[in-house]
Design a protein around this ligand. Sequence first.
Ligand SMILES: [Zn+2]
Length: 392
Amino acid sequence: MTTAAYDLVLTGGTLLDPAQGIHNERRDVAFKDGKVAAVADHIPPAQSARSLDVSGKLITPGLVDLHGHFYHGASGTAVHADQICLSSGTTTGVDAGSSGFLNYAAMRDYVFPAHRTRLLAFLHIGAVGLAANRVLGGALHDMRIIDVAQTVKAIKDNPGFIFGVKVRMHYDAVARWNAHEAMAKAREAATEAGVKLMVHVSGTPIPLPDVLEHLGPGDIATHAFNGNPEGILDNAGKIRPQVRDAVARGVIMDVAHAGVHCDVAVANAAMAQGIIPDTISTDVHIAPPGRTVYLMNDLVSKFHAMGMSLSDAIAASTTRPAQVLGLQDSIGSLTAGMAGDAAVWEQRQGRFVWHDMAGHNVEGALRLDTYATIKAGAIAWQEGRLTRMGEC
Ligand SMILES: [Zn+2]
């Protein structure tokens, strides 16, 4: 039995925690019983069972990925959460609709509990989620796949695990003549269950305003900065008025970069017109050959290179997604008493290039490279070398 006051202390680091208003200040961070126990100028290592010298490194809250695919082994394109998340400083991953009401139970009972990463879910409005994605693209062509009542029941039966409804408004997933109905049913399910609605808005077969009109405060337009037709810009490159209205009423503009769902030219044009990503997320999945799916550390670095301050990029990947989930009192910050989830970064200086599938490159001089990931007050990942960019 240990008599130490703390289980782990990070010493000598620089803390960036937007929720606490701490921006690059010298702090030690101590953990006890899975939670943050203290944040102070100096915490003697002797008070802790274990200490990690992180001098010269940046400490942030563990990142929260609001859109990924983590139903590993059960959905053809889902990744192994611990390999992907913990290696990229991510301690919470939200599965965006890999399962529906017919097949979520194994996610809850077998797949998610096999991981150290905190994993939460949005339930797809289609009964089997994305299990058939590679052959049916989201499987909303036949409306018999949607059962609002059973979806609502599954959500209500699983508080703390299911946080919302997902619907895929993509021409491969839903036919033009079904899309309005699918959208309306997803809205109905989210409203009845009292949860958030997340809509894939890239490649929608119906006009984007017809989709956005269903979204209210805290609902999520995911892949918001895509370069497909029916995007957020009009033909003159201006933000469409219905998009401004949606942002004004609190609709969350989520990145969900993936390989093909974030066009640098669209994101730059939006940011220049004051539409800043609310949340930076990956849409991490097993992509077809030739596509790069960046992980959270690269996306934070990329959006920083595109003009967001590092504080804003970290807020968009910690406290903002935590707020969307209603979990801002437990994750997304290293305030004492909150979950002991942190990321420790090497701030690599150099010339880095991030691309998109539209052919645009972003160049930057700073890349966050994971030095260690702390989950529930313990070191969950530590490797003293650069991870390969784009590894997924
Ligand atoms: Zn996705």
